[in-house]
Each structure stands twice: as C-alpha cells, then as structure tokens.
Design a protein. Structure first.
Length: 306
C-alpha cells in the first residue's frame, strides 16, 4: 500500500443548512444552494444561515493551534446537538454576505465546520447544529444523519479548503483531486497508467475503525480505515462517443481518514480498453465512482491509451 503525505490546508468556505420554524436557512452542500443538510460522521461541510446579529465585515479564517481551531469567534459559537450529547464545534472559517451602506440587511452567515464523529445515524434523536451569540441561540440547522455522504474533492468546491497540490491550476478550472501516488494531479499531460495506484481525496466517508493517533503515524497500521465498505466503479468513454461504458469495480487498497476530515481512497487503475477515446484538453475519458453503502460521487480523469 502506498502512503503519501498529507498536504497542508488553508480554509475559507461555501454553503449549507436546513430550515427551522422562524429561521430562514440558505442551503447545504458543496454548491450554492444544495437545499438539504445530509451529513456523515466526521464530514467537513459549510453551513450558511440567516438570523445572526453579529457582523463580520471581513472573512475570518482562524489559524489552527496545537489544540485546533477556536470554538468561538466574536462571541459566536456553533454546537452540535443530538439527544443528550452537545459538542461545541471548532470554527474553521466564518464570513457574511455584504450589506448595503444604508437600509435594513439580514446577511447570510457562513461557517466552515467538521461534523463530529459522535453523530449517530442510527439514533432516533434529532441531530442539529445550533448557532449561538454570547450563549443565546440565534439559528438552528437540522441534520439528516447518514453513515456516509461521499464527496470527491474538486477545485470548484466552495468550501474554501485548499490542497496545496492544486496550486498553479488555471483560475476557474474544475479539477477533481485525484493524483498519482507521488503527485502530480492526474491530467491530460499526466494521465493515469493502467496498473498504477491513484489517490482520490474525499470528504464524507463516515466513521472510522479508530481515531487517528497523535502523533500519526509510525506505521500504515495506525491509519484509521473507513468503517463502512467503500468500492470504486470504473467506466470509460469509447471512441464511438458512447457516454460511458462500464469497465469494472475495484476494492480500494486503502480507504480511510488521514486527518482534518480528509479521507484518502487508494485504488489500482484497470487495464485500458482498446476502444478508449483519447483524452483532450480538460475532458477526461475515465470516470471513477467512489461509493459507500448509501452515497457515491464521481471524478472524471484521463487514462493513457493502450
């Protein structure tokens, strides 16, 4: 199994959430807006709500310390609640939409957060996020807990969480974070080769078999594995332009958490079919579908022709 380094992060944001009586919520997910808040244990996502009185004229991106990110920013905090359990969450980033110079304004406030691993998809207790200002609740977001909510990271994600391997990509390009074992990202200039191991970076693979050690990790055995089965389905674009032909299914050599809510899925590339359409520009010819028991997401990359 090939183990690679974890690339450093900087945080910003996107959008997510669900409404409660009297509170208007903007939406949820990796696009604007997604409409529902489905979350898995350990998932990184962003939450936007209306009703926060505190003003953030400039984005706030706290610097992590040895203890992580702060749990309060300008008197604002976010609690995860499910039944008797309450967890005060670390705030990775917060910003607001701009208000006009005059007149009334109720801006959307966006938080970047990690759902705690204590989220229990099997519980009958409602899970929620509570936004508090100086200890008083000003907004609440209901969660739909699931075992997994797979999302392959893409440079168009509006979470504002950035992997350094994506540095240098053209502005506005939407590129899945799928890389060769030692880099770089898979592309038309550096296509995947049959038989090699690729690494796909993802959020939302859910619970792991054990917490990540601190410090981590002196041996591969210390890396936590995803508790639920993960598979990778391959399909390809043929020379005749058929949308996608099934190529096969693989079990990853590793699917687990590497820290900071990031998961790695390591998988061996299958043999290229003889009728594979050539890759051109930013158009891929091989699609990887990373799937858990209740969710899946895809990434389209370039595969070298036979």
């Amino acid at each position: 199994m090939s183990i690679i380094r974890i690339f450093p992060l900087v945080t910003v944001l996107s959008l997510s959430a669900m409404a409660q009586t009297g509170i208007i919520v903007a939406g949820a997910g990796y696009r604007i807006p997604a409409g529902t808040v489905t979350a898995a244990p350990g998932q990184v996502l962003t939450v936007s709500v209306f009703g926060v009185a505190t003003r953030f004229p400039n984005p706030v991106f706290p610097v992590a310390t040895g203890a992580g990110y702060p749990t309060t920013v300008q008197g604002v905090s976010v609690n995860f609640v499910q039944g008797p359990l309450t967890v005060q969450l670390q705030i990775w980033g917060v910003q607001q939409t701009a208000c006009p110079a005059t007149g009334a304004c109720s801006p959307a406030t966006t938080f970047t957060l990690q759902i705690p691993y204590e989220l229990d998809p099997g519980s009958t207790d409602q899970a929620s996020l509570q936004v508090l200002e100086n200890g008083v609740t000003s907004a609440q977001v209901l969660l739909n807990p699931v075992t997994d909510n797979v999302h392959v990271i893409n440079t168009c994600d509006q979470t504002g969480i950035f992997l350094s391997i994506a540095a240098g990509l053209p502005a506005g390009s939407c590129v899945p974070i799928v890389m060769h074992a030692q880099g770089p990202l898979v592309s038309a200039a550096a296509p995947a080769v049959p038989g090699e191991t690729l690494i796909a970076w993802a959020y939302g693979l859910g619970a792991t078999d054990h917490p990540i050690p601190d410090p981590c990790c002196s041996s591969p055995d210390q890396l936590p594995l995803a508790s639920q089965p993960i598979t990778v389905n391959f399909s390809y674009l043929d020379a005749g332009g058929f949308p996608m032909r099934r190529l096969g299914v693989a079990v990853p050599s590793y699917a687990g958490m590497t820290g900071a809510g990031l998961y790695q899925v390591q998988v061996v590339v299958p043999q290229a079919p003889s009728n594979l359409l050539p890759c051109s520009g930013h158009s891929g010819n091989l699609t990887l579908q990373v799937a858990g028991p209740v969710s899946a997401d895809t990434a389209t990359i370039c595969l070298q022709q036979p």
